[in-house]
Each structure stands twice: as structure tokens, then as C-alpha cells.
Design a protein around this ligand. Sequence first.
Ligand code: F6R
Length: 607
Amino acid sequence: MCGIVGYIGSRGAFPILFDGLKKLEYRGYDSAGVAIIEGNEMQLRKSQGNLEVLGEKLKNENFQGRIGLGHTRWATHGKPSDANAHPHLDCRGRLALVHNGIIENFQEIKRKLEEEGHFFSSETDTEVVVHLVEKFFQGDLVKAVRRATKELEGSYAIAVINCESPEQIVAYRHDSPLILGIGDGEFFLASDIPALLPYTRRVLILEDGEMAELNRTNFRVFDSHGVQIQKEIEEIDWDPEMAEKKGFSHYMLKEIHEQPDVLRRLLSDPLQGSGLELPQIASILERLEKINRIFVVACGTAYHSGLIGKALLERTTGIPVEVDMASEFRYRSPLVGEESLVIVVTQSGETADTLAALRYAREKNAQTLGIINVKGSTISREADDVIYIKAGPEIAVASTKAYLNMVAAFYLLALKMGQGNVDQENLKELLRLLRGIPAQLEKVLQKGDKAVREASEYLSRWENAFFVGRGLDFSLALEGALKLKEISYIHAEAYAAGELKHGTLALIEEGIPVVALLTQEKLLEKMISNVQEIRARGGYVLGITQEKLAQRLEGEVDFIMTVPSTEDMLTPLLATVPLQLLSFYTAELRGCPIDQPRNLAKSVTVE
Ligand code: F6R
């Protein structure tokens, strides 16, 4: 939630800040702003609306300053407005500050500061921080920021610049991500790596409690006691192009099309021999006998991948698996203990509820495993073991390629953890089929999406839709419905197909679109009966199935979309693509801002 950037060096700061904000816009886009020190003056420009609005406002400005901060906001305290946009200034307009996170005790601090004569110009929690820095500033910005953070409760990554020391940015991290980019005679900071990639791949990830001071020739990092420390600079292997649109109209479409490659990347090491190698879980395999329960905890799309994970893990390991939404997990006092394995799944590695669930699990001495995309993220550093899903930067708010690779990671995990229980011939065959999935995905994407486009035309005219399926298809239906809701704003609900008649069938009216997942050969007859129930009440059924089952569905559905044939167990990896495209085209037809749906942000760092 919210993206922050900073620059100090010999180039003009504005284009670098603006470009960095573009890469971070997925974190929030209801207002944006920059502060640049020009000579001895703070130049502040901010505006409600997304970056385009700010860019339009600033198109005739000619900033010269070589130090500055930028921010793109997802509102928590105070509605989106010019005044509430960051950066925020102190009373004299000499200090500027950007913040990502939440200051929980801001009301109390604000009251005191107002009594002391500070004047506030916004409704945000953030503004108290810059006034605290002002209060404690006695010529040393590092000391003032450190002193100010002692007053704060909540989660925050902040960066501050000061006209009185215009050769310095000071940044501090507590529970919200902050990364330094180390250039040649210039330094950057950002909430996430894609903002740094056009300038440097050398990064330094701040830990909680660490503070950084950047100046024109050097940087220093201090630990939570204020002692200067040496930190290792990491080389990021992401290519800057990975964070570009590469000729696609939207990041989401580009990311959908990247899926064969990202899946290949994930599978290549584990499946390079004839067996399955997953050294990341060596310590889990050593303790496998002791594990009596598995918990999968995640939010949103990542949670949906966990539902598929549950089905796979229970099938292969025989260990009971519970799947929890991270926002609920710790409040239900789950029976987690030393003999539990808690798997947290997250693209960003920063989701506040997932992080809290992980910390809860660690307090209970459970073994923890992260299935994570972003390297160096908070969750990746706190989990005992990590399987990186290697999806590369995912910019569109709606997750596609990360979801696919989360699901794929569960296949690897389930097959490895259960390899002692699974029939070896069967395992070999599943691995062979799994190896072939990237090529099959290519076919799905190459074959043209005529059928999906036609189905989208139908869907786009409705305000309500249903998604139904059984078994793995039901988990996929939940993800399909979420994707449609978030980017096309059509109200969509997913149901286990057999459940409809227990109430929801009352909502089926003439023509209402029902997307039916029909990929499970073993459940096909049952699904056909459910589809008949829907059609008998006027529902218009858009079916998704494997090619080998298409014939059996002739006359049974109103519309059919197919994916190449495989084992029932592997179909989610293929059938997810038509669901993604269905949402994409439907949203496009409805003129929705696909990469940045209203009210959302990609990285949810508040609970
Ligand atoms: C929806 C979507 C979200 C995320 C959720 C968790 O398309 O992307 O539902 O899955 O916010 O985010 P991560 O995976 O970063 O923990």
C-alpha cells in the first residue's frame, strides 16, 4: 500500500522519481506527489488522482533539483485529496516526508503536537511524522528521524529530505518494505525492486529498525541501536524489461502471456533430472514423520492457490490440511503446534495479515514454509524455508502468473512430500505431464482466443454471474470469480456445483451467465447434471473443459472453451488461462482500468 521513491545524485531527480512511481503505481493510485529541493527551496507538487493526473499538471515544469522524494498513495487515513497526498511538509516547509504504512497512535501524537503549536494541513496519519522530525531536529537529520520513530506505533517505511541539509536523504524501515538502489555516484530508494531496475540491479534491503542515510557520494546504514553496520549488496537477476509492457496493451495481458515461460522457469531445476528435486524443503522432509497437520495461510488469489494445494497435499501425503484466510487465522486460535507445518503463500511477501499469521505460527513453534515471489521480502526472510515461485515482477493488480506458479509450486511440494506414498509409475507419469504443461499453455495462448472473446462479449452485458465447479474445479471457480469481480466490476460468485440447489438456484434467471468448470473427467457426469439444473432454469452456461471431454458436452452447455487434455489432477494449470482471459476481455469491453482496478492496491501492507 503506497509506493515511495527517492533519488540523490548528479541527474535531475524529477524524471527518475516519476518513472519510479510509474513502476510502483500498482501499490496505490489515488493520489501522487513529489518533493524536490531546488537550490535552497522545497518544491512540492501533489495531486489527487493517478500519476497521469500529476504528470499532466507538471508537464510545463522544469525541475533542476538533484535530490527528491515521490509517493503514490492508497488512502488509509484521510480520503484521496490534494491535501492528503504525500509528500507532507513540516510547519516551515523545510522538511518533506513520504510514508508507506500506518501510524496507529497518530491521533494522540497529533493532539500533543497541536498543543505545542504545530500546524497540520492534512487528515493523514503520516503528517505527524514530519512534525515530529521538525520537533526533534537540532542540526542532525539522522538523529531527528531516529528520535521521531521512537514515538511511533504501527508499520512504516519513511524517507525525509531537508532544505537545511540538501545533500541528504534519511530513510527508516519498520514493518513496511524499503530498498536502497546503489548506483554509480547516485543512490535510489523504493518500496519495491521494479522501480530501481532501470537504474541499477545492486540493491540493499533494509531490515526492520534499520535506517539509511544517502548522500551524493556515499550511503550509510545503521542498526536499530543507531550503530553503523555493513550490509551485503545483493545483485537482482530480474531484467528491467520484465517490468515493462513489451508491446501488450496492459500489464495483465503481458503477464498472462508470460505464463509458459515463468512456469518453465519454476519447473526447470526441480524437474531437470528424471525425478523431482526440491532441496528447499530438505528440513521438512527430514521431519515429515512428525508433521501431523498442515496449515496453508494466505489472502485473496494466493488463498485460492492454497485450496488447490490442500487437495494435492492431502492426496499425496495423507496429512490433514487446513486452509485459512490470513486475516482470520490468528483470531480463531488455530491448533498450531510443534508438529504443524504452516505454509504461507504470497506474491509480494509483504501482505500484513500473512506476515502476522507467519509470526503467530513461529510463536507456536511450528515449522514454516513460504511460497513466495518477491526475494528479500519480509515474509521470505522470516519463514524457515522458502520456495520462490520465480514469476518475475507482477505489476497488474490482478494476479495471474504468480497464481499459476503458486499452484505449480504446490504440485512440486505435494509430489515431493508424498513421493513415498504415491505409486512410482504414477508419479513418473505425472512428472512427465507436468513437464509438458508449459508447451500446452503456449498452445492455449497461441490458438487464439476467439471462443474466450465471444464468451466475454456475452458476459460483459451482465451485472451478475456465477462460476461453478466440483473438486479442483471449485477452487478454480473461486479464483475465476475473484478475477472477474476485481477487474470488470461484475458481481460474480463461485459455488460448488452441487451446492446451488441449496439456495442459490433461486437466483438463476433467464440468460444469466454461469461459467462452468468441467475439466474433471471423474466428476463430469455429476457436473452435467448440475449444468442441466442451471439450464433448466434459464441459466446460460459457458463451459470450460479439456479437449478430450468436449464431445461429451455437446448439447449440454451453451458455449464451450477448451484447453489441451491432461490428467484431471493437473487441469487447474491449464484451465486458469481461459478464466484469466475471460476476465480480461470482459473488463476491456466494459472500459475498465484493468491494471489498476478501483479501490485496490497490489501490496496490502495494512491489516
Ligand atoms: C487478486 C490478488 C490479491 C492477492 C492478495 C494477496 O488478483 O492479487 O487477492 O492475491 O492481496 O497478495 P500477496 O500474494 O502479495 O500476499
